[in-house]
Design a protein around this ligand. Structure first.
Ligand code: MGD
Ligand code: MGD
Ligand code: SF4
Ligand code: MO
Length: 672
């Protein structure tokens, strides 16, 4: 029988990705059959990405969680029995009440992150925890170091040159970002700049599609970025190529910076990074002379002990040359600071108790294992898969296995984290609930309505916390807000960037550009520090890493994004796993392979001080010598040894912002 032509609906990709694409969803007979990029959206421009094209497969996956489940097996075994919503929620409420009565409310902890970037389903649940007085989870796993580095220079509110302006750039530097993979919708704008004559440089220890799209690739040593950026500053100041007028008006502490870059000659930095000093000279001069130079920083080089200083050193370069004054110039790490959303009651801010305990998300394993004043007794996990993604996962698993911990997981699938739950609750996807979306790679605010009914008995996170609030006698009105009410509060900040953007206008248009000056030149007239100046002082410093290669652990491990996976969110979509090579893979340079007896394409043991896993290793000079490159994150239970990549990583924090150090671990490889 001929298929009925589907209905096409508009939506927004909810994945943790700077692009926040506007998408079109075809629904046939109640089923999502197709997802494409919206041709009318100025940044999406008609294409989605290899990952999200497969979302229909995820949406209708036979393993979707369709009913609440209550544990019947041993802790961590993953055996559950079906329950009704009332049974499951009554049990969770009762156990929460018990924990609060015995240990106080701070024995309750939410663990969540950006499984969905929708502000209703991501942020509003926090109001429940704030009303309860639970411990606060600091969201440090991803962007904390980059944000802290940026803000040290430029003050609060991360802003960036709009992607739509990039074609005006004469020099493009993509530094520690695999844009062809993790920010694909930037690439057409970069290509346009290149066609118009711009020079494009990629700085990354791993040679990938972004390197191939560039004119030049610096395959730098992990953690050498600060030295390289200081050497560029050295060349610019030595040759008098700085924008003196800009620095006089808007710089602070330039003399201290000048003194700090003095010793960082291109020769010395080149030695540290493994690049020709001449190349540093040439690019630094070009960057300064062309003025409209665009320097896009990624999170790759923020994930080590010196990441905060690296971001500071790199992001001072467009200030040194006054690139922010020129259309297409500047750059940035994130556009998120322009979305000045949020009234006083957003995410329950008004309910926050002073002095409440904070738990750093990167120290989740120790928090579960060691906190005792009070202990974590009741854990809620949603929008995240910490058994896979949090550092030192063996420690996380030990914590999750505690018999005296009661864990509730809201999920689409039975992840490794859900296997450790006492109660698993089925959550709706972005296709099944309404939400509002900001972005960290562009300046368009978006709204999406559901396009299909919930699968099985799945419910939005916000519904679950509303029901729990009622059972626990929490009465703050915001706890029962609808998505529309949450959105209205978000839009009520009164900030000029939101002028004229009402919920009605947003629902009607689906995507609205923020009200920014055109062209938008953030920092053309200084920073958001109280004195309006950009802080060159204290100058960024080259951080000596505590965890560094040794004879026992001679290789640095980094884990850039997989081409076909987004964190672990697509980690059970068969077509994507097949396209990604069927099992998790790593890359090692031929000379290292020869040194450590690694045979191309075979499985090896990878060992750090914290654990050991088995992975297939491909021998390739796409990896820098001395660096083992793990491609993407897999569900531990779908890896050949059932183990997480993060069995190898540590809870060590970065120099700024208390961030994660996934790119810091040192390891060795051994034949099996
Ligand atoms: N396909 C895909 N896209 C994704 C994701 C995914 O998993 N898959 N994840 C999403 C998320 S959550 C995020 S935060 C973003 C992150 O995306 P990006 O901002 O691009 O950051 P990373 O992916 O961490 O790393 C980018 C590059 O930095 C390199 N790198 C590592 N260490 C260093 C270093 O010391 N110096 C330099 N110069 N480079 C280094 C890595 O090899 C990598 O190629 O991507 C998002 N998009
Ligand atoms: N070794 C190593 N570890 C890393 C990284 C690395 O580079 N290397 N990257 C780190 C980074 S950058 C990040 S951002 C984190 C990401 O870590 P996480 O935030 O945990 O991201 P995901 O692994 O994608 O898991 C998100 C989960 O949320 C669920 N989810 C999605 N939408 C919804 C929803 O609407 N409701 C509910 N209830 N659940 C939903 C998905 O099914 C998925 O299981 O991982 C970090 N871990
Ligand atoms: S993952 Fe990123 S590039 Fe892919 S559709 Fe979603 S927002 Fe767009
Ligand atoms: Mo991230």
């Amino acid at each position: 029988m001929a298929a009925v032509a589907g209905t096409v609906h508009r939506s927004v990709c909810p994945l943790d990705c700077p692009d926040t694409c506007a998408v079109r969803i075809t629904v046939d007979d109640g089923r999502v059959t197709r997802l494409t990029g919206d041709p009318d959206h100025p940044v999406t421009r008609g294409f989605a990405c290899v990952k999200t094209y497969r979302y229909p497969e995820r949406q209708h996956h036979p393993d979707r969680l369709l009913h609440p489940l209550v544990r019947v097996g041993r802790k961590g075994e993953g055996r559950f029995a079906r329950a009704t919503w009332d049974e499951a929620l009554d049990l969770v409420a009762e156990r929460t009440r018990e924990a609060v009565a015995r240990f106080g409310p701070q024995s309750v902890l939410p663990f969540s992150y950006a499984g969905t970037m929708g502000l209703v389903e991501r942020d509003h649940p926090l109001a429940f925890f704030r009303a309860l007085g639970a411990s606060e989870l600091d969201w440090t796993i991803c962007a904390a170091t980059g944000g802290a580095g940026w803000e040290a220079n430029y003050g609060p509110h991360k802003l960036a040159t709009a992607p739509e302006d990039v074609p005006h750039a004469r020099v493009v530097i993509l530094w520690g970002i695999d844009a062809a993979r993790s920010h694909v919708h930037l690439m057409p704008f970069v290509q346009a700049a290149k066609r118009a004559g711009a020079f494009v440089l990629h700085v990354d220890p791993y040679r990938n599609d972004t390197s191939r799209a560039a004119d030049e690739h610096w395959q730098v040593a992990v953690g050498s970025d600060t030295a390289v950026a200081l050497a560029m500053g050295h060349v610019i100041l030595r040759d008098g190529l700085e924008d003196r007028d800009y620095l006089e008006r808007y710089g602070r502490g330039v003399d201290a910076y000048r003194a700090a870059v003095g010793p960082w000659t291109p020769e010395r930095a080149g030695e540290v990074a493994g690049i020709e000093p001449r190349r540093i000279e040439d690019v630094a001069r070009r960057f300064a002379v062309e003025r409209a130079a665009y320097l896009r920083i990624g999170y790759g080089m923020t994930r080590n002990e010196g990441g905060g200083n690296a971001v500071r050193a790199i992001s001072l370069l467009p200030a040194l040359t006054g690139a922010w004054r020129h259309r297409g110039g500047g750059g940035g790490i994130s556009t998120s600071g322009a979305f000045a959303l949020g009234g006083p009651r957003t995410a329950g801010r008004h309910l926050l108790r002073p002095g409440v305990r904070h738990v750093n998300q990167n120290q989740f394993g120790s928090a579960l294992g060691e906190l005792d004043d009070p202990p974590i007794a009741k854990l809620f996990v949603f929008n995240s898969n910490p058994a896979a993604v949090a550092p030192d996962s063996a420690r996380v698993r030990r914590g999750l296995l505690r018999e005296d911990l009661f864990t509730t997981v809201l999920e689409h699938f039975q992840t490794d984290t859900a296997d450790h739950a006492d109660v698993v609750l089925p959550a709706t996807t972005f296709l099944e609930h309404p939400d509002v979306y900001t972005a960290y790679g562009h300046y368009h605010l978006q709204w999406a309505d559901p396009v299909v009914p919930p699968s099985g008995e799945a419910r939005p996170n916000t519904w679950v916390f509303r029901e729990l609030a009622r059972r626990l006698g929490l009465t703050d009105r915001t706890l029962s807000w609808s998505a529309e009410e949450v959105a209205r509060e978000l839009l009520s900040s009164g900030h000029p960037h939101l002028e004229g953007i009402t919920l009605e206008a947003l629902r009607e248009a689906r995507s609205l550009p923020l009200r920014l000056p055109s062209p938008f030149r953030p920092y053309a007239e200084g920073s958001h520090h109280p004195d309006g100046r950009i802080a060159f002082d204290p100058p960024p410093r080259v951080v000596a890493f505590e965890e560094s290669p040794t004879e026992a652990y001679p290789l640095r491990l980094i884990s850039p994004p997989g081409s076909h996976l987004v964190n672990t969110s697509m980690g059970n979509v068969a077509s994507l796993l097949a396209a990604a090579g069927g099992e998790p893979r790593m890359l090692l340079h031929p000379r290292d392979a020869a040194r450590y007896g690694v045979r191309d394409g075979e499985r090896h043991r990878v060992v750090s001080e914290r654990g050991a896993i088995v992975r297939r290793i491909d021998v390739s000079d796409a990896a820098r010598e001395g660096v083992l490159v793990a491609l993407g994150q897999w569900w531990p239970k779908l890896a050949p040894d059932g183990r997480s990549l993060n069995d190898l990583t540590s809870e060590r924090l970065t120099d700024l912002g208390g961030g994660s150090t996934f790119g810091n671990a040192v390891v060795r490889v051994e034949p099996l």
